[in-house]
Design a protein around this ligand. Structure first.
Ligand SMILES: Cc1cc2nc3c(=O)[nH]c(=O)nc-3n(C[C@H](O)[C@H](O)[C@H](O)COP(=O)(O)OP(=O)(O)OC[C@H]3O[C@@H](n4cnc5c(N)ncnc54)[C@H](O)[C@@H]3O)c2cc1C
Length: 395
């Protein structure tokens, strides 16, 4: 096993593999350490939705930075990521209509191809859509989806082709410090001397942070999805992703025309309260979750009433208190960097987070990612991300 590296990245999800790829592309000698297999954490279970519809400008800018790269990512990496551009509809009731108008204006200023539409107009993209009780909707033309597992594998493969070492089946058990500077990453297969370590350990990130004496407010939480077969010719692989803000439910097609759905009020409540062990969690959502999602979808899409459940699954992600990423260094620990707190919405950001890691490691700064806004210190300073909607499903 390699014993020395310029950078060690911990975690083979989309953030770790993207970081390894961008670091290798920048000429760094990098080792990626993954305790199981690439994509075995949240990244392998993700819904894979790619959108810029966030309600605060900092997040929109980061999502947009990533969004413009998704269509060309497979060519860039030389491996498939199964990206499909399908557009996205978001709808709100009256209490969020003014918020939506403000948010869409802000997104347009950033450069997102999105617009406000009347709820009835949604039928252009979702046939027979029942718009009763809704006040407003948006259509984001450049939204899409990709296969999260393939994406993690593609980043890792390209990183390896560029000279990175990718160690799977290898667990990080400690980080050695020289005073307050990182000296080595200790694994169950031996130590790797390095001045820089990047914590991309998802739902396990707090354990890695503790190895350098840092407490991070990242709690493992469970996200769940169910795949239905709508058996309806009007729903295809390019039907739009749809988020109903009134029920916090979302769905998107897959390339075979299934409908992959998640969210719901009960999952959201559980995220606030549950105490999850990321090493032991139910791999299937409870029937109650599936019933709630089914009801929320069919309320607006009558043609979905006959749809058949195909499968369902769950995966753990690291949640931060404001449900947004924590990115960057931690003052007082030289050589420690973290991309943590994916909070159920960070897959789409991965092309941009890896790029930011490489820029930070090579230059000591980030030109497009707001280090202050994404810092761990934002919680102490009472400056968390604040959502612009009453419901926080889109962030
Ligand atoms: C069901 C579900 C649906 C989602 N839907 C979407 C969506 O539609 N759009 C979106 O943008 N986001 C979505 N997300 C969120 C997104 O998938 C995650 O935020 C993102 O994948 C997190 O990536 P990661 O690299 O931080 O973590 P992970 O993919 O969890 O990777 C962390 C890795 O670290 C490894 N690790 C842990 N401890 C150690 C150790 N000691 N040594 C070595 N390795 C270690 C783990 O094995 C794991 O592979 C969803 C998530 C889930 C679970």
């Amino acid at each position: 096993m390699i014993r020395e590296a310029e950078v060690v990245v911990i975690g083979g999800g989309v953030h770790g593999t993207s970081a390894a790829y961008h670091l290798a592309r920048a000429g760094k000698q990098v080792v990626l350490v993954e305790r199981e297999t690439i994509g075995s954490g949240a990244s392998g279970q993700s819904g894979g939705i790619i959108r810029c519809h966030y309600s605060n400008e900092t997040m929109v800018r980061l999502a947009h930075r990533a969004a413009v790269r998704w269509p060309g990512l497979a060519d860039e990496l030389g491996h498939p990521v199964d990206y499909v551009r399908n557009g996205m509809v978001v709808n709100v009731a009256e209490e969020d209509a003014d918020n939506m108008r403000r948010i869409v204006e802000m997104q347009q200023r950033v450069g997102v191809d999105t617009r406000v539409v009347a709820p009835d107009e949604v039928r252009r993209w979702i046939p027979e859509f029942r718009a009763d009780g809704l006040a407003l909707a948006t259509y984001e033309a450049q939204a899409g989806y990709a296969d999260p597992y393939s994406t993690a594998v593609a980043f890792a493969r390209k990183a390896r082709e560029l000279g990175a070492q990718v160690l799977t089946g290898t667990t990080v058990t400690g980080i050695e410090l020289d005073g307050t500077a990182v000296r080595a990453v200790v694994t169950d297969k031996g130590a790797i001397r390095t001045p820089v370590v990047v914590n991309c350990a998802g739902a396990w990130a707090d354990r890695i942070a503790r190895m350098v004496g840092v407490e991070i407010p990242v709690r493992p939480g469970l996200l769940q999805m169910v795949a239905f077969n709508p058996r309806y010719p009007g729903w295809t692989g390019t039907s739009p992703t749809w988020t109903d803000m009134t029920t916090m439910t979302y769905c998107r097609p897959d390339t075979a025309g299934l409908m992959l759905a998640g969210g719901g009020l009960s999952e959201n409540e559980a995220l606030e309260t549950e105490d999850l062990d990321p090493d032991s969690y139910p791999s299937r959502p409870p029937d109650m979750f599936e019933a709630e999602i089914y009801e929320n979808l069919t309320r607006r899409c009558p043609w979905a009433e006959d749809m058949r459940r195909v499968r369902s699954w769950a995966g753990p992600d690291g949640n931060s208190p404001d449900y947004h990423l924590i990115f960057g260094p931690v003052p007082g620990i030289r050589g420690y960097l973290q991309v943590v707190g994916g909070s159920g919405n960070s897959f789409k950001l991965s092309p941009a987070t890896g790029e930011a890691v490489a820029e930070y490691v090579t230059t000591g700064t980030c030109t497009y990612l707001d280090l202050e806004a994404f810092s761990l210190a934002r919680f102490e300073k009472d400056r968390p991300f604040r959502g612009g909607y009453r419901m926080h499903i889109v962030g």
